[in-house]
Design a protein around this ligand. Sequence first.
Ligand code: ADP
Ligand code: MG
Length: 243
Amino acid sequence: MIELQNIHKSFGRTEVLHGIDLAVKQGEVVVILGPSGSGKSTLLRCINFLEKPDQGTVRIGEMTVSAAHASRAAILALRQKTAMVFQHYHLFRNKTALENVMEGLVTVKRLPKREAEAKSLHFLEKVGLQDRLHFYPAQLSGGQQQRVGIARALALEPQAILFDEPTSALDPELVGEVLEVMKALAREGMTMLVVTHEMNFAQEVASHVVFMDNGVIVEEGNAATFFHQTHSERTKQFLQRVR
Ligand code: ADP
Ligand code: MG
């Protein structure tokens, strides 16, 4: 479903991704672990060209875009294949939950308003927010705001969803409701790439686990074995810290 080949990315003179290869099969949940600054967000953002890689290719489904010749049209088309869920939700403060989900459908997908609304209702219901449709972000808890973020991603009907630390900004008591929604999506076969520090989620839900450090994939493996196998020193240290 997704295949990254030799992704390099620098900011100024500092290379932060040193040639990443990664493959995600349809219906897989790939969890990306790694210390702060290791390049996890940059990697996710390279998949949809929110950051343009300096080198390498991204394939999503049938579409391949290489850094060397990525036209604007190709980038826009590639971007429509995935949706992103951010740590800080990125909701419009002056729009209700319903309007936030509708926004991309109306402006990017060009759906008629009525159709956008029906679709948005459906996905807000799916994340359990049918009774919060007309609430503004400030009137919602962090967990509810993030569920709006997930409904917004789902409404775009992407081939895969990229989650960048979706629960890191939440108070501990609100983490569970967001993880439950994500688990339900995983069970339904949604292809997901998830950057997270939630080890229980990773152990329970991931099909594949990737450990990144300093812009490289240090280790990766089947989720069933990853947490039990012998690790490199770097992975071991990280796992000890987050557990
Ligand atoms: P992570 O998500 O694993 O914490 P990031 O991908 O956010 O890591 O960052 C990787 C490295 O790239 C860090 O050193 C960070 O400071 C740097 N970086 C990220 N985004 C930018 C940017 N827009 N400009 C300059 N440096 C950046
Ligand atoms: Mg990050």
